[in-house]
Design a protein around this ligand. Structure first.
Ligand SMILES: Nc1ncnc2c1ncn2[C@@H]1O[C@H](COP(=O)(O)OP(=O)(O)O)[C@@H](O)[C@H]1O
Ligand SMILES: [Mg+2]
Length: 230
């Protein structure tokens, strides 16, 4: 396969075992490809809609924040994939682990990037946040129909919005490349109210296992954000 903006050729029969595994998240394995690209290969049966969304968002948000450039949406070894530029660096979480004295500075920078994302308008094809939440609430196995109805009614009363929301903004989705933060993992990006995106990040920082960068990080991040989260 060939793209318009580069001569990257990634055959569908590519043997992933020959490539160096750079990282693994909850949804994908990321391999180094030809020294300057990565192939993000999604787990089998991962929803195509989310993969298309990551590709669309990465192709359309331009210079809002630094992201690895996305080149191609493809299938390799029978799995959906996207080719990006390789960004040499370490995750924000690892960066914090190695530079604990920089926790306040990093938290402020982290929040400032989030606030910059929230100033951005997005194409109409990017799904609307509230409708995605309604879908996810309805798909949840552990809630009764009554509880789902209550939550959805409450959600209905909350203000909507039309700004870019990342949907999974946490230090593991930041890659410190050459001292500069790159934002990864745009699969769950939506159009919505930035406060919902800030709330999601606050919950992730507080409760998600392995992501807990301390209350000092959280308070510095809220100081660094121009979004009023009180
Ligand atoms: N463009 C890239 N350059 C270098 N490493 C990357 C790149 N994209 C992803 N990675 C590595 O792969 C990991 C998982 O990627 P990510 O897009 O966050 O996938 P997931 O959706 O599975 O979390 C990242 O934390 C990072 O270590
Ligand atoms: Mg990730």
């Amino acid at each position: 396969m060939q793209t318009a903006d580069s001569n990257i050729v990634a055959p569908e029969s590519l043997d992933l075992k020959q490539l160096a595994l750079l990282g693994q998240g909850r949804t994908a394995d990321v391999f180094l490809f030809r020294d300057r690209f990565v192939i993000k290969v999604f787990r089998p049966n991962f929803p195509k809609q989310a993969i298309d969304n990551e590709y669309l968002v990465c192709r359309s948000i331009g210079s809002v924040v630094d992201i690895p450039k996305a080149y191609q949406r493809l299938v390799v070894a029978g799995r959906d994939a996207i080719i990006f530029d390789f960004t040499k660096g370490e995750s924000g979480f690892r960066h914090l682990f190695r530079n604990p004295w920089n926790i306040t500075g990093f938290a402020r920078e982290f929040a400032a990037i989030h606030a910059r994302i929230h100033l951005t308008s997005v194409p109409d094809e990017v799904p609307e946040l509230k409708s995605i939440l309604v879908r996810n609430i309805n798909l949840h196995d552990h809630l009764t129909t009554e509880t789902k109805t209550k939550i959805i009614k409450y959600l209905d009363r909350l203000p909507g919005g039309n700004k870019l929301c990342h949907g999974d903004f946490h230090p593991e989705n930041i890659l410190m490349g050459g001292g500069k933060p790159f934002v990864l993992d745009w699969m769950t990006a939506t159009r919505g109210n930035p406060l919902a995106d800030v709330a999601r990040t606050s919950i992730l920082l507080k409760w998600a296992p392995g992501l807990l960068p301390s209350s000092r990080f959280c308070s510095a991040a809220s100081e660094g954000s121009s979004t009023d989260i009180t």
